[in-house]
Design a protein around this ligand. Structure first.
Ligand code: BGC
Length: 454
């Protein structure tokens, strides 16, 4: 037993977090360019204007991927690079950047996994209401059509949206992310429904206009739960918690896995969501649900940690308090490796699709040691612990196809700017020098042995 022979060992990044080149070669503005240029939104008012400068250092980055032995690279396309106004005129230079990236990856034997939307909406579309505009699914369709026509001869794996929960929740409800709005509950559920419809339209465009078969999925996030013990009652409580609201609040709805994935994979919104928030949704038609639940080829999940629950009265999930001094990463997220066992298991049971961990990793406050190396032993241990659990899930029957480490390299961590480092590769933002961290070398060994060393 062990992992599949052709297990997809990858690493992920996102356009705004690594590319830089924010004002070059005809690229249009996006909501992150504008959000970061306004004071007070980002740690020390940092911006992604330059980030890791991958727009100019693509070859070097791919050479590092090759050195690490990566089989796949998950990256996102900066929509406004291709369509500066979001729709309409295409910017050839933008297309060419991803042409070069895709070609270089393929020349090096690395499979491109392309994400269409990792949060950087063209600003021109924001000015038309962004995801609040009921036309937005059609904008996404137009963009996805161009992507399909142009890249599908070489790119065979696509993700439509990365974490629509963050787009809607952090971007429009709490305002922590671009475009920094705090809309009403009604507007929130309207734009949520638009986002899911956009996903559906994106899938349709990819299928209609691709030159040959492609595989399509989504990369959502959401609150995950693990059982306090191995008792059947606690396991059932964790399963229940994964797919239901812990409380009646919009904030809980945002992170409810089922609010995103039941419509997408099962064709309907969960009952508890409709009971609590149905009055805020637009009129939902059968056609809408058909569109949203276009068949997908795989299930992707971004996952970093989970909440521990036990069975309370009547089996209801009850949150278990963590002990004092519970391990956590630099960004304060708890270290819960078992989420890579339980989440794939629960999600595979419910949605029955080949499973990918589309993101997983940790931040630590790494620096370069006197010997010139970056010794991130906590990340080595983190990877070891989490990947062991994933392997166990695969051995217990979940159809686990691949794993994308977040992230290939340190990058612009949204509202945290450059203060959090998630990379397997260290980036010196003063010189743009890259240094493979100990965790990068460890991951290389994991890949070489296909996880036998875990
Ligand atoms: C996002 C990434 C982000 C990472 C760490 C995910 O929510 O997709 O863009 O950098 O988590 O916060």
């Amino acid at each position: 037993m062990g992992l599949k022979k052709d297990f997809v060992w990858g690493a992920a990044t996102a356009s705004y977090q690594v590319e830089g080149g924010a004002y070059e070669d005809g690229k249009g503005l996006n909501i992150w360019d504008v959000f970061c240029s306004e004071e007070g939104h980002i740690y020390e008012n940092q911006t992604g204007d330059i980030a890791c400068d991958s727009y100019h250092r693509m070859e070097e980055d791919v050479a590092i991927m090759k050195k690490l032995g990566l089989k796949a690279y998950r990256f996102s396309v900066n929509w406004a690079r291709i369509l500066p106004e979001g729709i309409g005129t295409v910017n050839e230079k933008g297309l060419q950047y991803y042409d070069r990236l895709v070609d270089t990856l393929l020349e090096n034997g690395i499979e491109p996994y392309m994400t269409l939307y990792h949060w950087d909406l063209p600003y021109a579309l924001h000015e038309r209401g962004g995801w609040l505009n009921p036309e937005s699914p059609e904008w996404f369709y137009e963009y996805a059509k161009i992507i399909a026509e142009h890249y599908s001869d070489r790119v065979k794996n696509f993700f439509t949206l990365n974490e629509p929960q963050c787009t809607a929740g952090l971007g429009y409800y709490t305002g922590e992310h671009a475009p920094g709005l705090k809309v009403s509950a009604r507007d929130f559920f309207h734009l949520w429904h638009n986002l899911l419809k956009a996903h559906g339209r994106g899938v349709q465009a990819l299928r209609e206009f691709s030159k040959g078969p492609v595989k399509v999925g989504m990369a959502p996030c959401g609150a995950l739960y693990i059982p306090a013990t191995d008792s059947p009652e606690d396991i059932e409580a964790a399963r229940k918690a994964t797919f239901s609201l812990p409380e009646n609040s919009v904030n809980a709805a945002i992170w409810d896995v089922a609010m995103c994935c039941d419509p997408v994979f099962l064709g309907h919104y969960p009952e508890d969501i409709m009971e609590q928030f149905g009055r805020y949704f637009p009129r939902i038609t059968e056609e809408d649900m058909k569109l949203i639940s276009q068949p997908l080829d795989f299930y992707g999940q971004n996952m970093y940690n989970a909440v521990t629950v036990k069975a309370g009265e009547d089996g209801k999930p009850v949150r278990v308090k963590r002990y004092d001094g519970f391990p956590k990463t630099a960004i304060q997220w708890p270290v819960t490796p078992e989420c890579l066992y339980w989440a794939p298991k629960f999600l595979y049971e419910r949605y029955q699709k080949p499973f990918f961990v589309t993101e997983n990793g940790m931040s630590s406050h790494d620096w370069v040691s006197l010997d010139g190396q970056v010794h991130d032993s906590s990340r080595v241990d983190f990877l070891h612990r989490y990947l062991r659990e994933l392997k166990r899930a695969a051995e217990d029957g979940a159809d686990v196809q691949g794993y994308f480490a977040w992230s290939l390299m340190d990058n612009f961590e949204w509202a945290y700017g450059y203060s959090e480092r998630f990379g397997l590769v260290y980036v010196d933002y003063q010189t743009q020098e890259r240094i493979v961290k100990d965790s990068g070398n460890y991951y290389k060994e994991v890949i070489e042995t296909n996880g036998e060393n875990l």
